[in-house]
Design a protein around this ligand. Structure first.
Ligand code: MTE
Ligand code: LUZ
Ligand code: MOS
Length: 753
């Protein structure tokens, strides 16, 4: 059960936006953006640009027929700036022309006067100036204030984690074609309905006049959950105004400069333990660098809170979160959605507490793992909790103590090269935390030749959701998977869809497909009762491309059954809707049951640091991961591998830098290092924890898209462990990513690199 798309990708036959054949008369669009991070617009003059050959039009906010608004959770983000600019790269005007070069060249001919103000780039500074996206949020369990006096050891500290560029292979792209009275947009988006809804608002059209179509994405990783909408709306507006097809597609450099990243965080914590190493209290403050507008920041910050205790039970917790408005491009969803940022802080707190207690961090980690029935700070109880099972299976398969001894021996023998290790348990909640979004629908057609076409809201972005949906239908109908095709994700066939995000794509859409197929299967059995002379439908079974009377042994081929049903005017199409049961979250008290289930696992990470040069190698990542009962182990394993690599990159190499004016410095892939094949650990081993999942997943599987990313956090502590054995007194800064520069500077005792 491999993923068909893999063959198409390596043979170059899979299609993306840049493969859509352009209609004659197609124009190209690009944006003129703010060169200043904060200021008032005094004047915008584009008349010289309009005179250039090939340039057809320049649009500003004044040309928007509807509302100039992109914001979905909070309406604070204009598509085109009106009177003020809030970040470098904020779109001010859309240039439309005959080809993609002339629209870029025209930028030089646009004059823009902006009265510059000092930008805010740091979330703590934004907090001090009360620049908050939304009111602060607090989650609390027990009573931290009362618990401190029970503690034998109390440790406090600050933790920083950096942003992360998505580096999806397909850059942000859209192609919009005018229809009678409306438009059709081919968009590289994780959220076709968001594109449809926002563009309808911008054009002042009803949603039914906007059709959004998605074949597949060359990766999204959260970067196209909200931020594909901008580019689709720009193409949509331009094509609606010009009444011609319009395309926009960013270069890599433009994409890195203009789009939001994972949110950098700065956090303060206080953790209290007894002398046994039991964590009694944890207090934490998160300062999220939201960028210039809300985007998904509040939802992301909330997920940070949901994951602030990772896979540990802590009886007294107080977590407070501030979403801080800065003058950077709006930061956005990135695999893990704020969870990794919260988990890095608790892991840092445990790491520091361990050094104070003079024990290995894994002693504290193991002692505090969640038990069945333990309460999370948000009120949900851990159910079917396998945090211990994953931890001890990892310990059995990859004995930590033995590894630690081997590392000690190696480190005694080697003066400059030091090895280090860390253990990283994870716990990640599955469901959109906004309960409303946990719904999906499917439309299943059986054609008269027995082949099947399925439409859902799921967007294929490399994660293999289409293959999984085909497997669901193939297993219910018991027909060859090649008989089943997943159609493009299109708003006219699947309406009001949630983004394909939160790792829920297969769960939500798979359940909808299952429901629709089951209804069709029942209908076909009813129809076949007479044909197969059965007493009732329970005697009938769809099996191996046949419908079989299990009593008499007689059968009809699937293809014949379908054709006969058609002749008898039986409906061969079905629509179904699925909503995850029993989830809710009450934001007046910040308690509830937001997740259908949790995913667990434990990884062991080993690294090797060259303490003269600061460079390092990740030798191995070995994980025991809770896949539920995987419906496609090949896909799921590759998802785990990819997510781990992204987690390792976030914690080690990938560093986003801005200058003091808020301009991104790491704006190319030569200045921004992503993990490549050479960086891949020699050993990347993933063991399946077989753990059939009964709760609202598809076929007892578990969501896989995001959780394994968080194993990568262990790399930070493995590097810390290695350099500590070079110089015991090195101060660990808890400031990710742990780039080679930072490794060297911490060894030298000069933290400011
Ligand atoms: N895998 C690939 N190859 N490309 C992607 O863009 N996105 C990740 C994950 N795996 C992504 C991926 C993210 S952020 C999410 S939320 C899930 O896939 C979304 O898909 P799913 O819900 O079907 O798992
Ligand atoms: N998107 C969202 C997400 O809107 N809500 C979520 O809870 C979420 N979680 C992970 C990734 N995307
Ligand atoms: Mo994933 S961050 O939910 O798109």
């Amino acid at each position: 059960m491999k993923n068909d798309d893999w063959v198409k990708h390596v043979t170059g036959t899979s299609k993306f936006i840049n493969d859509v054949p352009l209609l004659s008369g197609t124009l190209h669009a690009f944006v003129f953006t703010s060169p200043i991070a904060k200021g008032k617009i005094i004047d915008l003059n584009y008349f010289k640009a309009l005179e250039l050959s090939g340039i057809k039009n320049v649009l500003t906010y004044k040309d928007i027929p509807g509302v100039n608004q992109l914001g979905t959770i909070i309406k604070d983000e204009p598509l085109l700036a009106e009177n003020e600019v809030h970040f470098i790269g904020q779109p001010l005007a859309i240039i439309i022309g005959e080809d993609e070069h002339c629209v870029r060249n025209a930028i030089k001919f646009i004059e823009c006067k902006i009265e510059e103000e000092a930008p805010i780039l740091d979330p703590r500074e934004a907090f001090r100036k009360n620049e908050l996206i939304a009111p602060p949020v607090t989650f609390a369990l027990g009573n931290v204030d009362a618990a401190w006096k029970e503690c034998d050891v109390i440790v406090e500290g600050a933790v920083n984690s950096g942003g992360q560029e998505h580096v999806y292979l397909e850059t942000q792209s859209a192609y919009s074609v005018p229809l009678e009275g409306g438009i059709k947009i081919y968009s590289s988006t994780q959220s076709p309905t968001a594109v449809q809804r926002v563009t309808a608002g911008i054009l002042n059209l009803p949603m039914h006049k906007i059709e959004v179509d998605v074949l597949r994405l060359g990766g999204g990783f959260g970067g196209k959950e909200d931020q594909a909408t901008v580019w689709a709306a720009i193409a949509g507006l331009a094509s609606y105004v010009m009444q011609t097809p319009v395309k926009i597609s960013l270069s890599r450099h433009e994409d890195i400069m203009l789009t939001g990243k994972r949110h950098p965080y700065s956090s303060d914590y206080k953790i209290g333990l007894n002398s046994e190493g039991e964590i009694l209290a944890y207090e934490v403050y998160f300062y999220q660098n939201a960028g210039a507008s809300a985007d998904l920041s509040t939802a992301i910050l909330e997920r940070t809170m949901f994951h602030c205790t990772n896979s540990y039970f802590i009886p007294n917790v107080k977590a407070t979160a501030y979403s801080c408005r800065t003058n950077l491009p709006p930061n956005t969803a990135f695999r893990g959605f704020g969870g990794p940022q919260g988990m890095f802080v608790i892991e840092s707190a445990i790491h520091k507490a361990a050094s104070k207690l003079n024990v290995e961090p894994c002693i504290i980690q193991e002692k505090n793992l969640l038990n069945e029935g333990d309460e999370f700070p948000y009120g949900q109880k851990a159910v079917n909790c396998v945090s211990h099972k994953a931890w001890f299976k990892a310990k059995e398969l990859f004995p930590f103590e033995k590894l630690s001894e081997e590392i000690s021996l190696f480190n005694i023998k080697n003066k400059l090269l030091k090895k280090g290790m860390a253990v990283m348990p994870i716990c990640f909640g599955i469901s959109f935390t906004n309960a409303m979004l946990n719904q999906a629908s499917a439309l299943v057609h059986i054609y008269t030749d027995g082949s099947v076409g399925i439409s859902t809201g799921a967007v294929e972005m490399g994660q293999g959701v289409n293959m999984k949906l085909r497997q669901v239908a193939a297993s219910i109908f018991s027909i060859n998977i090649n008989k089943i095709k997943i159609e493009t994700t299109n708003t006219t066939r699947a309406a009001n869809t949630s983004p394909t995000a939160a790792s829920t794509g297969a769960d939500l859409n798979g359940n909808a497909v299952e429901k629709a197929c089951n209804t069709l299967a029942e209908r076909l059995k009813h129809f076949a009762v007479n044909l197969l002379k059965a007493k009732d439908i329970d005697q009938l079974k769809l099996k191996d491309e046949q419908i079989l009377n299990t009593q008499t042994g007689t059968s009809i081929l699937w293809d014949d059954l379908i054709l006969q049903a058609y002749f008898k005017r039986i409906d061969l199409s079905e629509h179904a809707h699925y909503a995850t049961p029993k989830i809710y979250f009450d934001r007046t008290i910040n308690k509830g049951n937001p997740f259908a289930y949790h995913v667990y696992g434990t990884a062991v990470i080993q690294v090797e640091v060259d303490c003269l040069r600061g460079v390092y190698k990740i030798n191995s990542v070995k994980a025991v991961h809770d896949f539920g009962k995987s419906i496609n182990p090949a896909i799921d394993k590759s998802q785990a591998e990819g997510a781990i690599m992204q987690g390792l990159g976030w914690m080690t190499l990938e560093e986003i830098r801005h200058d003091s004016r808020g301009k991104i410095l790491s704006d190319t892939l030569s200045a921004y290092k992503v993990p490549d094949v050479h960086f891949t650990p020699e050993v990347l081993e993933i063991e399946f924890l077989e753990n059939p999942n009964k709760s609202a997943a598809i076929f007892n599987s578990k969501a896989i898209g995001e959780p394994p990313l968080m194993y990568g956090i262990g790399a930070y502590f493995a590097i810390a462990n290695a350099i500590k054995s070079f110089r015991q007194e090195v101060d660990i800064l808890y400031d990710a990513p742990f780039t080679p520069e930072k490794v060297l500077m911490s060894i030298l005792g000069s933290p400011n690199c």
